[in-house]
Design a protein around this ligand. Structure first.
Ligand SMILES: C[S@@+](CC[C@H](N)C(=O)[O-])C[C@H]1O[C@@H](n2cnc3c(N)ncnc32)[C@H](O)[C@@H]1O
Length: 273
């Protein structure tokens, strides 16, 4: 590609590279978002403007700079108890259906877990319905492409305004209240956070798990990919779901029409056939 000399070519270069590297389609109308999200990277590299930064990425940037740029550009929005029916479905229908008679151990994967609210919410529900002190034994794997969100997820510390969706009794039960310089912050108690193993996984590349999962949450990430990429990504994921296990996508995501070994149980909930 030739030298980037104006903002329009800078934008199209960034859009193309982000697509090539992680299959996220930064759609039209996202220009100001791109500019705003990369402004910190421009400052860190003493570069003024998107054109200079894109040219820097094209010619001189390290892999680390690319990771930081992609971290800045990918949308990490999440919240505790987001799309809550999925967690109700997990404990009331999915697990009772997939667990074999007498099975007390199971594994759940939150793929694209962002800053951790999703796996910890799964943990709240499992602690309520499948308590460890009654003999259940479960583990949560939580992964994301972004090292930045994973660092924040494993710290498990949230400002008060991030936990407003958590019922008061669960706040007491599952969080420690910060004091001193941590006043106004809450940390997920280690009894729960220790059950979550965080890993960096790029869902569009090959990866491996030591075991398969009864239920996989892959929510609000498929939306960024084109249909062909969704197909390959979900097909690979199906290889890590136990027979009769479940895949849960975001409410606005649908796998209808894709050739996959899944049957749709209800919108956004699929079962391995
Ligand atoms: C909108 S958040 C969804 C968080 C959570 N699943 C939820 O529904 O609240 C999307 C996450 O997908 C991650 N992501 C984007 N592309 C990815 C990829 N290729 N592999 C793994 N994670 C990816 C982003 O870093 C971001 O944290």
């Amino acid at each position: 590609m030739k030298t980037i000399t104006d903002e329009a070519s800078a934008l199209s270069y960034l859009v193309e590279q982000v697509y090539r590297r992680c299959r996220i389609q930064l759609r039209d109308g996202k220009q100001s978002m791109i500019r705003w999200r990369l402004s910190k990277r421009m400052r860190a590299n003493n570069l003024e403007g998107l054109t200079a930064y894109a040219e820097f990425l094209r010619t001189k940037a390290s892999d680390e700079e690319w990771t930081q740029a992609i971290d800045a550009l990918t949308t990490n929005f999440t919240s505790f108890l987001r799309e809550e029916e999925h967690f109700q479905f997990l404990v009331r229908q999915a697990l009772p259906s997939v667990l074999q008679r007498g099975q007390i151990q199971f594994n759940i994967w939150s793929a694209a877990c962002s800053t951790g609210e999703e796996p910890y919410t799964i943990g709240f529900y499992l602690s309520e319905h499948y308590p460890l002190d009654r003999g259940w034994s479960w583990n949560l794997c939580a992964s994301d492409i972004s090292t930045k969100v994973l660092a924040s997820a494993s710290r498990a510390i949230y400002a008060e305004d991030r936990i407003t969706t958590v019922p008061t009794d669960w706040r007491k039960k599952y969080f420690q209240v910060g004091t001193g310089e941590w006043a106004g912050h809450y940390r997920v108690r280690s009894a729960l956070s220790d059950r979550v193993q965080f890993r960096q996984i790029n869902l569009i590349e090959s990866y491996h798990h030591a075991h398969s999962f009864e239920v996989v949450f892959c929510r609000n990430v498929l939306i960024y990919f084109d249909r062909e990429t969704q197909l390959q990504l979900v097909r690979r994921m199906c290889g890590f779901i136990k027979p009769g296990g479940f895949l849960i996508t975001g409410h606005s995501e649908s796998l209808t029409g894709l050739d996959l070994p899944l049957r749709c149980v209800k919108p956004s909930v699929y079962q391995l056939t």
